[in-house]
Design a binder for this molecule. Structure first.
Ligand code: F6R
Length: 247
C-alpha cells in the first residue's frame, strides 16, 4: 500500500457520510471559484444530504463553484429517472440552487459523443485541473465509468460497459434498462485532480477496496492507480474496510 493514501475508517455509513461532508466543506472553505466533480450512485446519497443541510445552515457556500459531470449512461438525459444527471439534479444541484451555467455535463443523447468528450476535455483544460473530486468505486474497481483495462492516460471517452456494471446498474432504475455504453471523464482527469476523495460502504465493496489499496497498481483495477495520487483520501465504513490488513 502506498503511504500517501489517507484512509479514514468510520463505524458506519452515516458516520462516513458526515466525515466526508465535513472534509468537503473544510476543503472548499478558502477556495476561490473551484471546479469540482461529484459522482452519482448510492454511496454519496447521505454525503449530499449533509452538504445540502450544511448549506441551508450557512456553513458552506456553493455559489462560486463550477461542477463538471463525471459520467453518464449513453442514451440517457437529465429527464431520465436514474441517470447520473437526474440523480445529481435532485440530490445536489436543485437543493443547492446551482445555476445551470455553472454545470458542465456530457450530453449522452448527442449524436456526436466524441464531440461531447472534446467539449468536456477542452473545458477542463481551460478551467482545470479539477480541484476536488468525490468518487465511488464499482465492485470491479471502476472509477467513474473507467472500466477495467482503461488506459491510465485516458481523457473523456465512450466506453463499452462490462456485463457486471450493466447488471449492478439496474438498481438505479425503476424498470429494466438496456445499458450498453457509458461516457466518462478519464483516469488522467482523476490523477490530475488536486484532491480526490473515494468513499465506499458495505461488505460488497470490501474485496475491491483491499485490491485497490493493497494490491498491485494495474489497469485491471482502475482504482488501484489512486495509490499514486498525490492527495487522495478514502472514507470507508467498517464493512468496506473489513479486509484491509491494517484494519
Ligand atoms: C457514478 C460512478 C460510479 C459509481 C460506482 C459505485 O457516477 O461514477 O463509478 O461511483 O459504480 O456506485 P454505488 O455508489 O452505487 O455503489
Amino acid at each position: 500500500m502506498e503511504e500517501n493514501m489517507n484512509i479514514t475508517i468510520c463505524d458506519n455509513y452515516d458516520e462516513m457520510s458526515i466525515e466526508t461532508a465535513k472534509f468537503i466543506i473544510n476543503y472548499l472553505k478558502n477556495r476561490q471559484n473551484p471546479l469540482v466533480c461529484f459522482a452519482a450512485g448510492d454511496t454519496p446519497v447521505s454525503t449530499y444530504k449533509c452538504l445540502v443541510e450544511s448549506a441551508r445552515r450557512g456553513l458552506v457556500e456553493f455559489k462560486g463553484i463550477k461542477f463538471v459531470g463525471l459520467d453518464e449512461w449513453v442514451g440517457m438525459s437529465e429527464k431520465d429517472e436514474g441517470s447520473c444527471r437526474n440523480f445529481l439534479n435532485k440530490t445536489l444541484f436543485e437543493p443547492l440552487f446551482i445555476n445551470r451555467s455553472n454545470i458542465i455535463f456530457f450530453d449522452a443523447c448527442s449524436e456526436d459523443l466524441e464531440g461531447e468528450c472534446r467539449k468536456v476535455d477542452d473545458y477542463i483544460r481551460q478551467n482545470g485541473p479539477i480541484d476536488l473530486m468525490l468518487i465511488g468505486i464499482g465492485v470491479n474497481g471502476h472509477i467513474g465509468l473507467n472500466e477495467p483495462g482503461t488506459p491510465f492516460d485516458s481523457c473523456s471517452h465512450v466506453v463499452e460497459l462490462t456485463s457486471l456494471t450493466k447488471r449492478v446498474a439496474q438498481k438505479y432504475f425503476n424498470e429494466k434498462k438496456e445499458l450498453d455504453k457509458g461516457i466518462t471523464l478519464g483516469m488522467k482527469h482523476v490523477m490530475e485532480a488536486n484532491c480526490v476523495i473515494l468513499i465506499a460502504s458495505g461488505t460488497k465493496k470490501a474485496r475491491i477496496i483491499k485490491e485497490a489499496v493493497e494490491g498491485n497498481i494495474t489497469n485491471d483495477i482502475p482504482a488501484s492507480l489512486l495509490q499514486l495520487h498525490k492527495n487522495c483520501y478514502l472514507f470507508l465504513d467498517k464493512e468496506a474496510a473489513s479486509m484491509l490488513n491494517k484494519n
